[in-house]
Write a protein that binds this ligand. Structure first.
Ligand code: NAD
Length: 374
């Protein structure tokens, strides 16, 4: 894999390999685009088959964060970290302290927190090494797990899909298949059941699906059967690239809306969904709840305010559907346009150089045409 070619094609700024021989830490940090502000994005821990898969994932995830922050109106750029290790067996204090030191070395250019495979508590040791962390446990001054607020946003997004598809956002009598009942999916299943939907769930960890079934009385199916469910909405809440050549032809749903990042294996799968008449709710619009929570935390956390902001995902998704209808394009393209236009506008209006006003106290004035503070 030629990483510089990939970075040039996808617009990435920086890719950092982090290795610590004592703790065994192998992590990659991807900083995609910091036009709008410091890169903000979670830290995933996953036993990738190889370093190529891990590196590709961090690049894809970092780019997604740029679009998520831009589209949801945040002044942050996109970044992400992956730790190449098994979250079930390889978490140690040393590993997270070592990670904290690498994050510290970036001096605030990258701010991180939990993601798939990591939890708020995992970052407590890292907080002894760096202040550039969000979503630490509330007992440590953070805003805590972002799973519940992300689930709330996905539920609001699913309601927006219902309004677009069936003219009413009531989920009474609608059916939803939830793939993955971890920190987000389990809360989402509860919102859906409380809203009157029939819910079917799956998880590769049978204990998790069994716990949700016990609590909510929902049906459980084996992981691979989730794509074949005849439901109104398919909600991917596990990992990315689940909308691909193998799965899209199997879908029997009328809309896709879930928490997972990078659901489309390739953009052409978004075109394929469009051609099949399946309404796709772009992932970075629907799953912005966690990001909105941690940005609120950086501004002084107020949980109620954060939920109010996340509730607006309903309107933002409505706007994406409106642009898609107006321009006759698939919804993923409409969402990309929304994000790219905001970045371009803000980059342009930040252009003029004002002596002494460089936002980060830069010693040298920004080069002509570059946004102040970059
Ligand atoms: P998590 O690790 O807590 O949960 C993921 C769940 O999916 C786990 O229970 C896992 O066993 C299951 N899973 C993995 N592969 C599966 C498969 N093939 N089939 C069925 N189940 C499978 O992660 P999470 O925090 O709930 O996040 C879920 C997704 O949403 C991730 O893609 C994450 O990047 C994204 N996301 C999370 C947040 C957040 O606030 N936590 C915010 C935005 C996006």
């Amino acid at each position: 894999m030629n990483w510089f070619e990939t970075m040039a094609r996808e617009g990435h700024e920086q890719l950092i390999f982090c290795f610590d021989r004592v703790t065994g830490l192998k992590a990659m940090i991807g900083l995609h685009d910091t036009t709008l502000g410091p890169a903000l994005g979670g830290c995933r821990m996953w036993p990738y088959p190889g370093e190529q898969e891990a590196t590709l994932d961090v690049l894809r995830l970092a780019k997604g964060m740029t679009y998520k922050a831009a589209a949801s109106g945040q002044d942050y750029g996109g970044g992400k970290c992956v730790i190449w290790a098994d979250p079930g067996t390889e978490k140690t204090e040393g590993l997270f302290r070592s990670l904290g030191q690498f994050v510290a070395s970036l001096g605030g250019r990258f701010i991180t927190g939990p993601d798939a495979g990591t939890r708020s508590e995992d970052f407590v040791p890292a907080a002894r090494e760096t202040r550039w962390l969000v979503a630490l446990p509330e007992a440590y001054g953070g805003s805590g797990d972002t799973g519940p607020v992300t689930a709330f946003g996905v539920w609001r997004g699913i309601k927006a899909c219902a309004r677009e598809g069936w003219g009413s956002d009531s989920l009474a009598g609608r059916s939803v298949a939830v793939q993955g009942v971890g920190k987000v999916g389990a809360h989402l299943a509860r919102y859906l059941v409380e809203d009157g939907a029939r819910v079917v769930v799956t998880d590769i960890d049978p204990a998790r699906s069994a716990a949700v079934a016990r609590e909510l009385g929902v049906e459980v199916v084996p992981p691979d059967d989730i794509y074949d469910q005849a439901v109104d909405i398919f909600s991917p809440c596990a990992l990315g690239a689940v909308l691909n050549d193998d799965t899209v032809p199997r879908l029997k749903c009328r809309a896709v809306a879930g928490a997972a990042n990078n659901q489309l294996a390739e953009e052409r799968h978004g075109d394929q969904l469009h051609e099949l008449g399946i309404l796709y709710a772009p992932d970075f619009i629907v799953n912005a709840g966690g990001l909105i929570q941690v940005v609120d935390e950086l501004q002084g956390f107020d949980r109620e305010r954060a939920f109010r902001k996340v509730s607006r995902i309903y309107d933002l998704l409505g706007e994406v559907f409106r642009i898609a209808r107006r321009d006759g394009v698939p919804t993923y393209r409409a969402a990309n346009t929304l994000a790219e236009e905001r970045i371009a506008t803000l980059a342009a209006i930040r252009g003029p150089y004002v002596p002494g006003a460089a936002r980060d106290g830069a010693r040298f004035p920004p080069a002509a045409g570059r946004p102040a503070g970059r």
